[in-house]
Design a protein around this ligand. Structure first.
Ligand SMILES: [Zn+2]
Length: 237
């Protein structure tokens, strides 16, 4: 299973658009991971929402380039497409409450949306045999979650934004690994909330780079560096 990307840029890379991924099956069921400021516009303009019959959204953290157009998407689905979106909740009640409050103050009422657990999600979208949020390191002011799921070809780890290599290194050595989607950054300064490209080069041996899909690019220069070093680069629709 491949995720598709409607944007693959870091927060200020307006050319590439906000990084986020989706999977849409032939029944019209769609998993959307994150919904940043540019995401709703791009999904609508590309006609992707016309194919959606059931939507599941997983939000990794509340930076606006990951959640900024979520309420517009939910309300468009409800009022225009007559679909009630499903927000997949983490196991962290405080984080879930923050997400619920955030969309509430942006105009989403409980009538417009369903809140579901990860178990309810995998019961509805059968390609996913397991689906789990993993707390990761990104910024100090709120929690951020990566995602790990199992599908036909094995385990996929999706880092979201992180400056930690812990999960990356764990899943690289998992014999059932299918692929890893990893946040990278060209910046090297201390306190970087993203994973620097030089760290990625140190951590991932050359023979494993064909399973590592880089994303969340600061610039075209970084995309070219990742390709040159043997990593995969996610395609943007
Ligand atoms: Zn972030």
């Amino acid at each position: 299973m491949h995720l598709k990307f409607i944007g693959r840029g870091s927060a200020f890379n307006t050319l590439e658009g906000n990084n986020n991924a989706f999977y849409l099956n032939d029944k019209g069921q769609m998993l959307l991971i994150d919904c940043g400021e540019t995401t709703f516009t791009r999904l609508k303009e590309k006609g992707i929402l016309n194919e959606v019959k059931e939507l599941f959204v997983a939000i990794t953290h509340t930076h606006s380039d990951h959640v900024g157009s979520l309420s517009s998407l939910i309300l468009y689905l409800f009022f225009v497409l007559n679909i009630r979106a499903n927000l997949v909740l983490t196991g962290d009640e405080t984080y879930n409450r923050t997400l619920k409050d955030l969309i509430k103050i942006m105009g989403v009422s409980d009538d417009n949306i369903n809140f579901i657990t990860t178990n309810e999600f995998i019961n509805k979208m059968e390609e996913f045999k397991s689906f789990e949020f993993l707390e990761s390191a990104h910024v100090d002011n709120f929690k951020t979650f990566g995602i790990v799921y199992t599908a036909d070809n094995g385990i996929t780890y999706y880092s979201s934004d992180t400056n930690s290599t812990e999960c990356l290194e764990n899943y690289l050595n998992n014999k059932d690994l299918d692929k890893i989607y990893i946040d990278i950054s060209i910046r090297e300064q201390e306190g970087n909330s993203h994973l620097s490209f030089d760290t990625l080069l140190e951590v991932v041996p050359k023979e494993k780079r064909n399973k590592v899909y880089t994303m969340h690019f600061d610039s075209d220069e970084l995309i070219q560096k990742a390709i040159g070093a043997g990593f995969k680069v996610v395609d943007k629709i």
